[in-house]
Design a protein around this ligand. Structure first.
Ligand code: GLN
Length: 465
């Protein structure tokens, strides 16, 4: 792997003039070119990145540096950036260039960040392997025959392989945490509403969150501090969160999932989980077994709600108002455009979502899933009355092989540990924790009550492993 550099270390070097932002940006650009076979990027923003790096250098010279001056960021290609194509890795959005910046981009820009490019992803963020992109698969940085995870696979690879300091992704059911675990980076899905979704192209609006990949917790904290916060442009933005901090009056209480709930886990994951709990105990935490009620409903609930919302959100891409237009001999532009513009997984989700919302079935499926969602959320609220955090693996396996999960349901089941945080709206952090016998990274996950994002990061930072 490339020399990985954290922003925190580089900023020190920028300040001492032992490294310039232009130098660092060019090194990252070189790495992207040298590792083109990983296919991590869809659009590389080389010229503009070098120009903005030059401006950051001038700021350092003048002593006018801003909080994230010279931070080099990669952006998942479903986050809108003015003047740069945004494709969602779909033919449907080919040739589309946004006229405005997403709020997260505006905030990063105002804080001095450099945008290096847009990363590859599963089409419209639907997938767990980065195999559904119209721009080709993304490969795992340590083993090109394996997947990097998805849907934010390009962002995970960009960070893990030294192509940027940090990357932004979106997490609807695990799309940040799962690729972070597979590639060996930190991955944060914030509390729903903490980070603005304005400018994020919607997949399932009640589950989507913009979040972060980083090589270190201090980097993640610095970036979260800038991107999080109320945004009047996002009606689900949280106005004044009461932030949950590490308790000072009692030892940290960690809930551990009992073995019976660790469905489908490889032995290497179970072993790492045991060691992770030991490390928490050694740091003074009290670890107690907590069975999480309704875990058997997580995956069906997620896939009913996510597909229902996706079918509605993606209805706008009709080739007339939005999206690639394909003319049809019979005059049915919409059908022709959608047939040509969307890939197989997206079509599958739209059809499933339309079905669960259809008049004869919506009470049986969508209505039931909404009820299950409430039960899942309430169970979490209850649990966080007796423990401060829950610890669990991020994924049941390490990175699997390209083409290995050809049946959609087996792919969907690999999201078992990640979807419930989105259903409940709570924050969740994936932490790199060792490797399996083949050297593939393993991720452990901390979940906490609403607005405990900062606490999860502090716990991860405090635990010296
Ligand atoms: N893998 C999940 C899915 O396929 C989650 C995707 C995501 O978080 N965007 O829907």
């Amino acid at each position: 792997m490339n020399e990985q550099s954290t922003y925190t270390a580089d900023r020190e070097a920028y300040t001492q003039s032992s490294l310039s932002v232009v130098q660092r940006t060019k090194q990252f650009l070189q790495r992207i070119t040298d590792r083109a076979e990983l296919n991590a990027f869809i659009t590389i923003n080389a010229n503009r990145a070098v120009i903005s790096a030059g401006e950051s250098d001038e700021r350092f010279t003048a002593g006018l540096e801003r909080p994230l001056e010279g931070l080099v960021v990669a952006l998942k290609d479903n986050i809108s950036m003015k003047g740069l194509p945004t494709t969602c890795a779909s033919r449907m959005l080919e040739g589309y260039t946004p006229l405005y910046d997403a709020t997260v981009i505006e905030r990063l820009r105002n804080a001095g960040s450099v945008f290096i490019g847009k990363t590859n992803m599963d089409e419209f963020a639907m997938g767990s392997s980065n195999e559904t992109s119209a721009y080709g698969v993304v490969r795992h940085p340590l083993d090109a025959t394996r997947v990097p995870g998805g849907s934010s696979g390009g962002s995970a690879v960009a960070v893990a392989d030294g192509m940027c300091h940090v990357a932004l992704g979106s997490d609807t059911g695990g799309s940040i945490r799962q690729p972070a675990a597979f590639c060996g980076t930190y991955g944060l899905k914030p509390t729903y509403g903490r980070v603005s979704r304005y400018g994020l192209i919607a997949f399932a609006s009640s589950l989507d969150q913009v979040g972060l990949f980083s090589l270190s917790i201090p980097d993640m904290e610095a970036v979260f501090d800038v991107v999080a916060g109320y945004d009047p442009m996002d009606s689900t933005s949280i106005e004044a969160p009461s932030i949950v901090s590490i308790p000072t009056d009692h030892p940290l209480r960690v809930g551990a999932m009992p073995l019976s709930q660790l469905t489908g886990c490889e032995q290497s994951i179970l072993d790492a989980y045991g060691k992770y709990l030991d490390a928490l105990r050694a740091s003074g935490a009290r670890v107690v077994d907590v069975a999480i009620p309704h875990s058997e409903t997580w995956i069906p609930t997620y896939f009913i709600l996510a597909t229902a919302e996706a079918s509605s959100n993606l209805a706008r891409f009709d080739g007339v108002r939005f999206g690639t237009r394909v003319d049809a001999a019979d005059g049915d532009i919409t059908t022709a455009s959608r047939t040509a513009g969307f890939g197989t997984e997206v079509k599958r989700r739209i059809m499933l979502g339309t079905y669960v919302l259809s008049s004869g079935y919506s009470e049986a499926y969508y209505g039931k899933a909404q009820m299950a969602r409430r039960l899942i959320r309430d169970a979490y609220v209850d649990i966080f009355k007796s423990v401060d955090v829950l610890a669990m693996p991020t994924t049941p396996t390490t990175a699997f092989s390209l083409g290995e999960k050809s049946d959609p349901v087996s792919m969907w089941l690999s999201d078992y540990f990640t979807v419930s945080a989105n259903i409940a709206g709570i924050p969740a952090l994936s932490i790199p924790f060792g490797t399996d016998s083949a050297g593939l990274p393993i991720g452990m996950q901390l979940q906490g009550a609403m607005n405990s994002d900062e606490m999860l990061m502090s716990i991860a930072r405090g635990l010296k492993i």
